[in-house]
Design a protein around this ligand. Structure first.
Ligand SMILES: Nc1nc2c(ncn2[C@@H]2O[C@H](COP(=O)(O)OP(=O)(O)OP(=O)(O)O)[C@@H](O)[C@H]2O)c(=O)[nH]1
Ligand SMILES: [Mg+2]
Length: 244
């Protein structure tokens, strides 16, 4: 199945080249779209370079004018992919937290599922090198979302995911409300409401190797509120009532 992997970058100069090399070594048949928000460290230059010298036919770059957030970067990537003939659309972080070695498992599972989620919170999954606070935020965020939304998915906030195009077609990616931490919750929740098959596979998530963390308490609090909003505004497909 024709596959594209979306990788959003903001100041990932130290990670992007080794990451792309590892991705293409692991899955030579896949395409990659990097969505870069004009990183001040010029991450995009390294991508252009690699594109011109090595991966002309399978590496693509979408450059945006400035830092617009990870959620909108993925929406731009989804639209890019949906306007082409990709059957499978994945996304992952650029900082090696999402190890490319797992990609073949995603591509195997997506043959019989509609959304495959790399999960830190099922048997065999986990997190390496995180402090207690970060662990609490992530685990708490997933538990909280699960409880509010009433959905039996263990890892709702992770960003290592693989979609069939029909899922993205159905969830109207341009209508997504979140941009920050809750973006992942929203796409999974909508997939669930639309009754698609979702599968979690275990991943070990490693803390970013190099570069600056962008997590803040503001992002986190916004996400908590957004999840309540999602619960109140989104309804399952089947509950749509006929007007009398
Ligand atoms: N294009 C784009 N990419 C972004 C933006 N913010 C973050 N990213 C990328 O999105 C991915 C995830 O962001 P991270 O900064 O790793 O977020 P995190 O994993 O929650 O936090 P740390 O790893 O602790 O920094 C990385 O590949 C970032 O480079 C943005 O505004 N625009
Ligand atoms: Mg990270």
């Amino acid at each position: 199945m024709k596959t594209v992997i979306l990788i959003a970058t903001y100041n990932e100069r130290d990670n992007i080249v080794p990451l792309l090399e590892q991705v293409f070594t692991t899955v030579p048949e896949a395409h990659v779209l990097v969505i870069d928000d004009s990183s001040p460290d010029k991450t995009y230059e390294l991508v252009q370079n690699l594109q011109q010298t090595k991966y002309m036919d399978k590496l693509f770059l979408l450059q945006r004018a400035g830092k617009l957030g990870l959620g909108t970067a993925y929406v731009a990537g989804f639209n890019w992919a949906l306007s082409r003939d990709y059957e499978v659309i994945m996304h992952m972080d650029a900082d090696f937290s999402h190890n490319p070695k797992y990609i073949p498992q995603f591509l195997q599972e997506i043959k019989t599922n509609d959304l495959v989620i790399g999960s830190r919170y099922i048997k065999g999954g986990g997190v390496l090198n995180w402090g207690l606070v970060r662990k609490f935020i992530s685990r708490g965020g997933s538990l909280y979302s699960r409880f509010i939304l009433g959905i039996n998915i263990r890892d709702l906030t992770g960003g290592f995911k693989c979609f069939r195009r029909k899922v993205l077609d159905s969830i109207n990616v341009n209508d997504l409300k979140s941009n920050g931490y809750s973006f992942q919750v929203e796409t999974t929740y909508k997939t669930f409401l639309n009754k698609f098959r979702i599968k979690e596979i275990p991943i070990i998530f490693e803390d970013r190797r190099v570069g600056q963390s962008k997590m803040s308490s503001k992002i986190f609090l916004e996400a908590l509120l957004m999840i309540i909003k999602l619960k109140l505004t989104l309804k399952p497909k089947s509950s749509t009532r006929l007007s009398s």
